[in-house]
Write a protein that binds this ligand. Structure first.
Ligand code: MG
Ligand code: ZN
Length: 225
């Protein structure tokens, strides 16, 4: 019984890898770099994107993943960028993460030929988004200081399966007992040497570095075929 369950999970991940490669080929053909943006619910992903995307030196689009509703996509639409909402409760069983197949289902709604950078805002979740590649070039993990300094230790895969860790809401540090050294110690233990940035999506402090990082990723896109 247990072995069967493991086998099913492995097959599902194999299928995901195959579809992620197909997404990757489509992104390459259109010369689009892709960032998978992950965090727990409420870490500030959408606010951070509102803060920086309008100032990234590239043509940017967003694929907004949520279980239901279009609240975040509506907010980002104010930036006058192409934004497509992907709801996991419409045909995908209300999944708590995006996978390659869900992303693939939305590609036709995105003007890939007009983009240099696609940001995929994943469903807020600290466990499974890390297990599903969607064809991205890079992954960004956002962790806010209100979540506590033990999160890299308790949810190591999310902090390991990424190229950049953003520590958000630093404007609140003076009100919290958050121990930054302790957080960085845990982070280094699960992902030695991973790049990290301290910032506040609310005040804008430190967000220029993230904006420039996104611009850098956009510039790595291959020329359209
Ligand atoms: Mg959001
Ligand atoms: Zn999930």
């Amino acid at each position: 019984m247990h072995r069967t369950k493991v086998k099913v999970a492995e097959d599902a991940l194999d299928a995901n890898t195959t579809i992620a490669a197909a997404n990757r080929a489509d992104f390459d053909r259109h010369g689009v770099s892709v960032v998978n943006f992950m965090s727990a619910p409420g870490a500030g992903k959408t606010t951070l994107l509102e803060r920086v995307l309008g100032e990234v030196d590239a043509r940017v689009g967003v694929l907004e993943g949520d279980v239901q509703g279009s609240a975040d996509a509506d907010r980002l639409s104010a930036l006058h960028l192409p934004v497509v909402q992907l709801n996991t409760d419409s045909g995908f069983g209300g999944e708590c993460h995006l996978d390659a197949n869900m992303v693939r289902s939305a590609l036709g709604d995105l003007p890939l030929e007009d983009l240099d950078l696609l940001v995929i805002e994943n469903v807020g979740n600290l466990v499974c988004p890390a297990e599903f590649k969607v064809g991205e070039d890079a992954r960004v993990m956002v962790s806010s200081v209100t979540e506590g300094e033990d999160k890299p230790f308790k949810y190591p895969l999310m902090f390991r399966a990424c190229e950049l860790v953003l520590i958000n809401k630093i404007d609140l540090l003076e009100h919290l007992d958050f121990d930054l050294d302790r957080f960085l110690y845990h982070l280094d233990a699960v992902h030695p040497g991973v790049e990290h940035m301290l910032l506040s999506a609310k005040t804008g402090e430190g967000t220029e570095a993230f904006r420039d990082w996104l611009t850098g990723v956009a510039k790595t896109a291959p020329a359209p075929a």
